[in-house]
Design a protein around this ligand. Structure first.
Ligand SMILES: C[S@@+](CC[C@H](N)C(=O)[O-])C[C@H]1O[C@@H](n2cnc3c(N)ncnc32)[C@H](O)[C@@H]1O
Length: 240
């Protein structure tokens, strides 16, 4: 009975009418004065091409995807070992990322983080992924580049949505022990490499969940350490 009620409430919260209500809420709590970024992902590489090209380029053997949904990426990834973790859809491990990392003993060459797009969860997914990333391995993160306030507002208020992944991404950009970039493609593909940071983001903020959206809009190229796909491939060619 409790399970049934939980599911009903969950469905209500993600329904179209609730999204409209959240939109109005976000408008009045910041959206009305928020700036926008003029970007488009048309004519850019998509995540499937990026993931597969990196696997091929680096001869990677093991792939982990956090959040698989309809397997639109997972099904098309060609790699010796593939694990896809999702509590509800797709993949081959039916768990939350927290449950998975708690029990997992494997390590990976490439990890694609695309689960729950909430700052706190993404931050945990990054920290846990770094613990199981092989030397010379790569972490990719989807949805690092929201183009307006509503794309990133939590709770979700529209179909196309990045969540506030960008805040966790900017926080890891300040870490000197990882080298972090954002590839201008497919909603912003964050890239984390296991080596000294070559262009650390020098921002001293206690709580990145409170990062100001207009500040991000005004400085997004610098804050994200934005690169094009060709730059990414050149960086990876010289990374071992
Ligand atoms: C944006 S979709 C993933 C899309 C997929 N990676 C792709 O490229 O097509 C996000 C998925 O994350 C899953 N998810 C939500 N919370 C999660 C959690 N705590 N751990 C892992 N996955 C989660 C959702 O069930 C949903 O299927």
């Amino acid at each position: 009975m409790i399970n049934y009620l939980n599911k009903k409430v969950e469905r209500l919260l993600i329904s179209r009418n609730f999204k409209k209500l959240y939109y109005v809420y976000h408008y009045f709590t910041g959206g009305f004065k928020a700036k926008k970024i003029n970007i488009s992902f048309e004519n850019k590489k998509n995540r499937t091409e990026i993931v597969q090209n990196i696997i091929n380029l680096k001869n990677f053997n093991s792939y982990l995807e956090i959040g698989t949904f309809k397997d639109e990426l997972f099904n098309f990834v060609n790699c010796k070992t593939k694990i896809g973790v999702d509590p509800a859809y797709g993949g081959n491990v039916r768990k939350t990322s927290d449950q998975f990392f708690k029990e997992n003993k494997k390590t990976f060459d490439l990890i694609f983080i695309d689960g729950l797009h909430h700052y706190k969860q993404v931050k945990k997914d990054i920290i846990n992924s770094l613990k199981v990333l092989n030397d010379g391995g790569v972490i990719l993160m989807h949805d690092c580049m929201p183009k307006d306030y509503y794309y990133q507002a939590v709770p979700r208020c529209q179909f196309e949505w990045n969540g506030d992944t960008w805040k966790a991404f900017l926080e890891i950009r300040t870490n000197e022990n990882v080298d972090v970039y954002c590839c201008y493609a497919d909603q912003g593909i964050g890239v984390i490499l296991k080596r000294k940071n070559k262009n650390r983001l020098d921002i001293n903020l206690k709580d990145f969940s409170k990062f100001n959206f207009n500040d991000y809009v005004e400085n997004y190229k610098k804050y994200l350490n934005l690169i094009e796909y060709d730059d990414l491939i050149n960086i990876l060619k010289n990374y071992a």
